[in-house]
Design a protein around this ligand. Sequence first.
Ligand code: ADP
Length: 348
Amino acid sequence: LDLRTEDLETLEELGAGNGGTVTKVMHIPTKTIMAKKTIYPQSLLDSPAFARISLNAPDPATVDQGFPSRPEKSVSMPASKGASAPPKQPERVATQRPARQRNQQLDQRLMVRRQIMREMQFLHDCNSEHIVSFYGAFMNGGDISMCMEYMDVGSLDKIYKESGPIPMNVLKKIAYAIVDGLIYLYDSHRIIHRDLKPCNVLVNSAGQIKICDFGVSGRLIDSVANTFVGTSSYMSPERILGSPYSVKSDVWSIGITLMELALGRFPFAPENKPLAIFELLQHIVNEPEPTLPKQGNYPEDLHNILALCLVKDVNKRATPADLMKTPYLLSAMSLKVDLEHWAKSHLK
Ligand code: ADP
């Protein structure tokens, strides 16, 4: 599908997150309803974080030859506030450098955007019933937009915030969908999600549960990482302490997500009083792992799978494949739940 801005009619704003804004659109030539995520607003391109990365961007030719796609971050070049404010140069070269440097920066920005577009191509080959499907991506001015399947019921955080904790039988189906979707991403595409949380799990009125917003592009991750301003964190202790991501970091996020859906609130917010972000990160690293309240009548197999996900020591934490072998998920396939009825009851 060849997507162009002029073929898309905006229908509704769906939300805004760290990475950009999401709108409901109609692709006029095919009359297809889609969700369009604009990932890369111009403001991000102009941010110091971006300037730092783009100035160190490798030549696309070398990237294509299998050199590492992520340059070492460095602060050796001053961050630019866009084309109008080139960095100060010594008197002697001031007459020639700024214009050249400006062009170089613009070239590099374009190159980085093209690389992101290239890295997103694999989304066309992502076919899983538990992953939101991808229609295509395009560049428009300084922005990159990606169009994906529109999920009409919306995200799990919206559902539980409106209606309270997710029923236990539905939660088991959700857990199965998340773990199966993540295993598909790792096994078929070597992709780690990196940002699993209730608002990245979407539902449609057919009762399907799908994950979205995974770390498709190394470039994109580099450039939005510094803009993190969240008030709740699904990040594992080792990530907070600066270790690299592994599939097991996603497993921690699965645990927090399932616990949040079962409780109907973010697990680290005792009595619904949210912690400030610094306190929260400190709490995750220093305090014992969260558990569901014993008096809550939660099923034993749920307690057990959460205990495998929420292990601070990454070496002792389960892998997604281990989770699939737990009684909780082994019993999920044959469990009969009318997900369509449940989903439709949450349709606006
Ligand atoms: P965040 O960065 O907080 O995950 P996003 O920018 O990805 O948020 O999305 C914002 C909101 O837009 C989501 O919480 C969700 O409700 C909605 N949304 C995102 N993708 C879709 C989609 N494919 N279909 C329907 N709604 C969506």
